[in-house]
Write a protein that binds this ligand. Structure first.
Ligand SMILES: [Mg+2]
Length: 202
């Protein structure tokens, strides 16, 4: 029997995209004259771009802001994205067990794919434009055994899907916040994932 897939969040779980994200929001602010506070963006990191922009723009301004953001992000993601410690080994551990590593992210498909390619990470599948309950639906659909992510919403998605929520404290949230959202385990980095994975898989 093929072992069940493992779902991974992308931003601040597999890759450090914070610099590219903040620089892109700064570019949107510069081009539109709308003030965007980095602290606000960071406190919600992991939600969809449109939902973050809704904190700063009226509904009629969001499409334009998305367009400006994406134009900058596609240029910035190469030079400004780094791989997080242990990410490659975590994906490799899943693959070595004969399972698929599926990246489920709120990011759009193109920047998600380019970000992974840029840092040399390979996912078996990418499911883009998914956040919160949508992540739970995807996890259920693919029959994942665990979801690995850096936000309370990621942990809640795994709980809703009835699978093992693995928190990794490499984003904006610490162990206590991730545990409060349902994390069964919290890692300080993905370097500890292979050992945990061996305990999770039957
Ligand atoms: Mg994330």
């Amino acid at each position: 029997m093929t072992p069940a897939p493992v779902g991974f969040d992308l931003d601040m779980t597999l890759i450090d995209s914070q610099r590219a994200i903040l620089a892109s929001f700064a570019a949107v602010a510069a081009e539109t004259g709308v003030r965007i506070e980095p602290e606000g963006v960071l406190s919600r990191l992991g939600i969809k771009l449109q939902d973050e922009l809704a904190h700063w723009f009226p509904p009629a301004g969001i499409d334009d802001a998305v367009r400006i953001y994406r134009a900058h992000y596609l240029l910035l993601l190469g030079p400004c994205t780094t791989v997080l410690p242990g990410a490659a080994e975590a994906l490799a551990a899943v693959r070595a067990a004969g399972a698929r590593a599926v990246v489920i992210t709120a990011k759009a498909e193109l920047p998600a794919r380019l970000s992974l390619d840029g840092v040399g990470l390979r996912a078996d599948e990418i499911v883009a434009d998914a956040h919160g309950p949508e992540k739970a639906a995807v996890l259920t659909l693919i029959g994942a055994v665990a979801y690995v992510g850096d936000t309370p919403a990621d942990m809640a998605a795994a709980v809703t899907a009835g699978i093992h929520p693995v928190g990794v404290a490499t984003g904006s949230f610490g162990e206590a916040e991730l545990r409060a959202a349902g994390a069964a385990d919290v890692l300080s980095s993905l370097a500890d994932f292979p050992a945990l994975y061996r305990k999770i898989i039957p």
